[in-house]
Design a protein around this ligand. Structure first.
Ligand code: SF4
Length: 432
């Protein structure tokens, strides 16, 4: 039985218990959230050593780190190195997006090594194998695709991105309204090419029940992909994107009825003033299913700093009700991220997630900042380091220049907090 089926029956699973402990909430709150489809616990029955993580309403906003090879770069050791860095920086989940080397071996090594939930995008492997076996991606068969999805599920993948909403209708809407940056989702592009070449509907849409069967058997969480996400601010919130979202809302309902856990993926490049509306649209069209967004990126011009661009959008999206942030690294739009890019991306997204949690009133979020400010007021540097999001960097920067006193080298003897403390501690004498 899946977590959803158990929860609907009123049962509490060990995974729900672990999530409740991690979130500091009553297990019944978790069970109810799962039963309503507003919380998911991606936990494939075959993923040994997994530490369950809850994603959804009322929980801390979670952060995903993408790793994986590209056709020309990367290997198992490099990707396991990135996994280690992502875990060390505090990611909640990882996705293996490998498209180079022995994709299956890399995936299995990551699953074996990871206590975090692992996600994949099976169409990458299916398309690349179709190229190798049949000479072209567009020659991929339905059985190739569903066979690969089953392989990922059997291997223990906890959540899979499936672009079921890339339908002929959505492609027509894109063609009619036109875009600056057409389709930027790799999976969305593979599928659209396959559909247009074969003049066929999307098999992930047409044979959705086949997908649900596989997901239910292994308790794989479906991450309904936004193949039509905007890749440019100019294309944000257009008809193709919304057409896809409506389709995903219907597929959420079918997954829920089938006992399959499901989340919905979202944009992409979005101007700040459209983020909240996009979150509200998703929540109302998709029965409050957890929302998983990439960034969003609030400008198109900051390549090299897109971890910052994504964190700005991520904080606003999280505050508006988004549950899951897919990180963006400084290498976005430029190159395959290395370990340092992974670290920077995770930290930037964790800042966004936490800022959103404070705004949402998530349990313990504001208290964490209050404790930090108290430690700062008391010049308790060890406690500040312990409480900081990145203790290693905190200490490295603080110790760059030391004053020998309790204040830091920013102001030294003119430390405002010392001065304020000195004068505010003078007993108030009643004015005569
Ligand atoms: S020296 Fe300045 S920056 Fe450092 S603790 Fe004091 S007020 Fe803050």
């Amino acid at each position: 039985m899946t977590q959803l089926e158990l929860a609907k029956e009123g049962a509490v699973s060990p995974q729900m218990g672990q999530v409740a402990q991690h979130e500091g909430l009553a297990v019944e709150v978790i069970r109810q959230g799962v039963a309503l489809g507003r919380i998911v616990i991606p936990a494939n029955i075959n993923h040994r050593g997994l530490v369950p993580c809850g994603i959804g309403q009322g929980l801390k906003t979670k952060v995903n780190a993408n790793i994986g090879t590209s056709p020309d770069f990367g290997d198992i050791d490099t990707e396991l190195g990135k996994l280690k860095v992502a875990v060390g920086a505090g990611a909640d989940t990882v996705m293996d997006l490998s498209t180079g080397g022995d994709i299956a071996a890399i995936r299995r090594a990551i699953i074996a090594e990871s206590t975090l939930p692992v996600g994949t995008v099976p169409i990458y492997q299916a398309s690349i194998e179709a190229l190798a076996n049949h000479g072209a991606i567009v020659k991929m068969t339905d059985d190739d695709l569903f066979g690969t999805i089953e392989e990922h599920a059997r291997d223990g993948v906890d959540f899979i991105t499936v672009h079921c909403g890339v339908t002929r209708q959505a492609i027509d809407r894109l063609r009619i309204q036109k875009r600056v940056a057409d389709v930027v989702s790799r999976g969305g592009a593979f599928l659209m090419g396959w559909m247009l070449h074969n003049e066929s509907e999307n098999p992930l849409y047409e044979q959705y029940d086949r997908l649900l069967e596989i997901a239910r058997q292994y308790d794989v969480t479906l991450s309904l992909g936004d193949g039509m996400r905007p890749g440019s601010l100019a294309d944000a919130t257009d008809r193709a994107q919304i057409e896809e979202l409506i389709t995903l809302g219907e597929l959420v309902q079918r997954a829920y009825q089938a006992g399959v856990q499901v989340i919905v993926e979202g944009p992409g490049h979005l101007p700040i003033n459209q983020i909240e509306a996009n979150v509200q649209l998703q929540k109302s069209l998709c029965n409050e299913a957890p929302f998983y967004v990439l960034g969003p990126l609030v400008t198109d011009v900051a390549a090299g700093y897109d971890h910052i661009t994504g964190a700005i959008g991520g904080a606003i999206a999280a505050a508006a009700g988004t549950d899951f942030l897919c990180y963006v690294t400084p290498a976005e739009h430029l190159s395959l991220p290395d370990s340092e890019d992974v670290r920077q991306g995770v930290i930037a997204s964790r800042i966004a997630a936490h800022a959103g949690d404070i705004a949402k009133g998530i349990k313990g979020a504001g208290e964490w900042d209050r404790k930090m400010s108290l430690a700062r007021k008391n010049f308790n540097w060890a406690e500040q380091a312990r409480l900081s999001l990145d203790p290693e960097r905190f200490s490295r920067v603080h110790e760059k220049h030391t004053t020998g006193g309790q204040a830091c080298s920013m102001c030294g003897e003119f430390c405002a907090m010392e001065i304020a403390e000195k004068y505010l501690s003078i007993p108030v004498t009643k004015c005569p």
